[in-house]
Design a protein around this ligand. Structure first.
Ligand SMILES: N[C@@H](CCC(=O)N[C@@H](CS)C(=O)NCC(=O)O)C(=O)O
Length: 144
């Protein structure tokens, strides 16, 4: 079965899991990295030399990492013509928003997930001051 390595409270893993649910593809997720550790081990580094999550691993050993690349791979394989449009302009429109979400929106996403998903964890509250300031400056800089 296809396997996704990464913890479910990190935005880059969540978007891959959301994609898999949309596609209805059978998979299993392995809690990995962050508080679960393991990302520095040689076995994981063979799957993803960056030691980052998420990593998609197929039963034949083929791996893809970088959440955007994982999503493109899944959509092209399981939903060509819809989530992965064949029309190149439609595909570029989808791609630009996905790249925007990784390169520009990621900061906002990180702050939001820190607040919404993790604030119950006492140890993480120390980070509150910085995210709140960057959250406000981010909101005022966007005009979509
Ligand atoms: N650009 C990469 C970012 C990957 C990344 O930094 N993932 C975080 C989790 S969201 C990570 O691996 N952090 C190190 C760790 O959790 O040990 C992607 O979109 O996949």
């Amino acid at each position: 079965m296809m396997r996704i390595w990464g913890s479910n409270d990190d935005s880059n893993i969540v978007k891959v899991m959301w994609c898999l649910d949309e596609l209805g593809v059978e998979h299993e997720r392995v809690d990995w990295g962050g508080v679960f550790g393991g990302s520095d081990g040689p076995e994981y580094r063979r799957k993803n030399p960056n030691g980052r999550m998420p990593t998609l691993e197929e039963p034949n050993g083929f791996t893809v990492w970088e959440s955007g690349a994982v999503i493109r791979y899944l959509c092209a394989q399981y939903n060509l013509g819809s989530l992965h449009p064949e029309d190149l302009r439609a595909r570029a429109t989808a791609d630009k928003w996905m790249d925007w979400s990784s390169l520009i929106f990621a900061d906002f996403n990180r702050v939001t997930s820190m607040h919404v998903l993790r604030m119950k964890n006492e140890a993480l509250r120390q980070f509150t001051g910085r995210p709140v300031r960057s959250w406000h400056s981010w909101i005022s800089s966007i005009n979509i």
